[in-house]
Design a protein around this ligand. Structure first.
Ligand code: ADP
Length: 625
């Protein structure tokens, strides 16, 4: 029989496993048991849809240890695998492709891969130098043996097996100075590993254990007898009493179930009784999954009907803006053999989804209120989802989500909610002020911001590229409009001051028209302003598109070349204003000044220059004079 090669990705993963520096070797058992449990689920499910001859009570997973042979055998009487399935399932990795994502060497990276990937069966090679899988599929007479010594390849041969199911035989590696594998032949060690990682598996995990027992009829004489022991409690963690579960248990379950190497940020465990009863165990990850922002990422919760998984990723249970939530829902009100199409219309499922959404929202609100630091951590990772939620579907969900938003405050120097902003508003303030830019530091340096801060108003700094779109979608909060302090109509002047400025602008109309011409249509207009404290010049915008938004829109694929309507404003109280008034008759000088001022204003806004050489030369000429 010719040895077959593993598919490319599998080979890489195998190499990784064989030479694993992954510290947590124990997880191999969890992975194999979890596969066995899935195989039992599949058979149970099949028997239900096929005519129901199987009883769940007959299902088991058995662990046998052989110290002489140095083998661990894990047997299940689940659905088994055909020859083809052995080939397809164990010769390749189901979720191929994602492996290429991170493949450079490096300890942390390897752990990341193993953690995020869900290596499953291949983890057997962390502890074994040879693995055999003997399997007979449901409805088949013939059995097959798959065997492999790692990266070299594998062989599949026909063999005998009396009953349906799968046995996995691990030939443990030899011990050396660094590593010991014989501990995995110790019943006590195995028992502890099962308890730790697989306690919730709903089928009995059995093992023969030696027990010292008092001899019958004797008072002090003991004998060693071999007893079959069930190692796991078989109660899924989500069905256990909340008060009896330690956070560590929740964390371990999360890590193993959702392939994360970090514990979750927040655990939400609820049991709902009533019209529609269900248990839900939900997690908010402490970081975005590696594929979260790729097309491959699928949102959804695992769906169980009374302990039996009926769907791996039920997308209907989560709104898009909570797509980062991981977890599962178990309800006895859902029928086991319900189809995907029917599920979508299922009244119970819709009710559960509504409740779950509410629950996640209220947990987040609670966190926001009680543990701001944690919430900020959450928001760093997933705040953008909440923002999309406000913005998408024409703002359909903005009312429910607006109180989950936080923005950086110029005054508090930290993230605040809109409610907090409103509470801190000054008496004479009727709008919510914001300014936007690439970073907090950059916004803070905007000339337009200075005066507003100087008058002791609080400004929200919008630094996410979606922020301004979000604010525009919201339009107002608690009756207060959002106002961009860089908008041309923004001012804090009194009526008299306004009038005086208008007059001044009227007087220099001709100069401003020439300046606009010098800038050949780059700006809508030029004018004096009072909004700048000590800065000479700034750019404001007119209409819905701010400079920042124009930048975002133009960075998108197939952009339409959107432009903001810019106004160049010159500080009327700055010496430069006086200078301009003086030189307005000198065409050349006015042109040089105008160009330099405009270049300055662009740079301050974070916009690039189209004519840097020209500007540079102009400045040098000026210096040389
Ligand atoms: P995963 O479980 O994440 O799909 P694995 O590498 O652990 O990946 O397993 C690959 C596939 O092999 C499984 O999806 C399953 O179809 C099959 N398999 C593994 N173990 C068993 C088993 N004990 N009984 C039946 N099928 C199994």
């Amino acid at each position: 029989m010719r040895k077959k090669e593993f598919k490319a990705e599998s080979k890489k993963l195998l190499d990784l496993m064989v030479n694993s520096i992954y510290t947590n070797k124990e997880i191999f058992l969890r992975e194999i048991i979890s596969n066995a449990s899935d195989a039992l689920d599949k058979l149970y499910y099949k028997s239900l849809t096929d005519g129901g001859e199987k009883d769940r009570k007959d299902f088991f997973i058995q662990i046998d240890l052989n110290k002489d042979e140095r083998t661990i055998t894990i047997t299940d009487n689940g659905i088994g695998m055909t020859e083809k399935e052995l080939e397809n399932n164990l010769g390749t990795i189901a979720k191929s492709g994602s492996f290429d994502f991170k493949n450079e060497a490096g300890k942390q990276k390897e752990i990341d891969i193993i953690g995020q990937f869900g290596v499953g069966f291949y983890s057997a090679f962390m502890v074994s130098d040879k693995v055999e899988v003997i399997s007979r599929a449901y409805g088949e007479e013939k059995a097959y043996k798959w065997e492999s010594e790692g990266a070299e390849g594998y062989i599949i041969t026909p063999c005998e097996k009396e009953s349906i199911g799968t046995s996995i035989i691990l030939y443990l590696k030899e011990d050396d100075e660094d590593e010991s594998y014989k501990e995995f032949l110790d019943t006590y060690k195995i028992e502890r590993m099962v308890k730790k990682y697989s306690d919730y598996i709903k089928y009995p995990i059995k093992m023969n254990v030696e027990e010292e027992k008092l001899k019958e009829g004797s008072k002090d004489e003991y004998e060693t007898i071999i007893e079959e022991k069930v190692l796991n409690s078989m109660i899924p963690i989500w069905k256990k009493n909340k008060s009896k579960i330690k956070q560590e248990e929740y964390d371990d379950f999360y890590k193993s179930k959702f392939f994360d190497y970090e514990k979750p940020l927040q655990t939400i465990h609820t049991a709902v009784e009533g019209q529609c009863s269900y248990n839900a165990l939900l997690y908010i990850p402490s970081h975005a999954p590696y594929d979260f922002y790729s097309k491959e990422y699928e949102k959804g919760l695992e769906l169980y009907s009374n302990g039996v998984m009926i769907m791996e990723k039920c997308a209907d249970l989560l709104p898009d803006y909570f797509s980062f939530v991981k977890g599962l829902v178990d309800s006895s009100d859902l029928s086991l053999n319900i189809s995907r199409e029917m599920l979508q219309q299922d009244r119970f499922l819709q009710m559960i989804a509504k409740n779950i959404e509410k629950k996640i929202k209220s947990e987040l609100s609670k966190m926001l209120e009680k543990d701001r630091e944690k919430y900020i951590e959450f928001f760093k990772n997933f705040g953008i989802q909440i923002k999309y939620g406000v913005y998408n579907d024409y703002g359909m969900h903005k009312e429910e989500l607006k109180d989950l938003l936080i923005f950086y405050s110029s005054k508090e120097k930290k993230m605040v909610t809109l409610k907090e902003y409103i509470k801190n508003m000054k008496e004479n303030q009727d709008s919510i002020y914001y300014a936007s830019g690439e970073s907090i530091d950059k916004v803070d340096l905007l000339p337009q911001v200075e005066m507003v801060k100087d008058k002791d108003f609080e400004i929200l700094y919008l630094t996410d590229y979606v922020d301004e779109f979000v604010v525009q979608m919201l339009m107002e909060y608690d009756g207060k409009k959002f106002v961009n302090v860089c908008d041309k109509d923004f001012d804090l002047d009194t009526e008299e001051e306004k009038e005086a400025l208008q007059k001044e602008n009227e007087n220099y109309k001709d100069m401003f028209t020439s300046m606009k011409e010098i800038l050949s249509g780059e700006v809508e207009s030029v004018r004096f302003t009072h909004r700048l404290k000590k800065h000479p010049v700034c750019l404001t915008t007119e209409g819905e598109i701010s400079n920042q938004m124009a930048k975002v829109l133009n960075a998108m694929p197939n952009n339409q070349g959107v432009q903001s309507k810019k106004i160049m404003e010159i500080n009327e109280e700055h010496p430069i204003a006086k200078k301009l008034k003086e030189v307005q008759g000198n065409k050349d000088l006015l042109a040089s000044y105008t160009k330099i001022l405009y270049a300055q204003a662009r740079l301050i806004e974070g916009l690039s220059l189209e004519n840097p050489t020209e500007i540079s030369n102009l400045i040098c000429d000026m210096i040389a004079k």
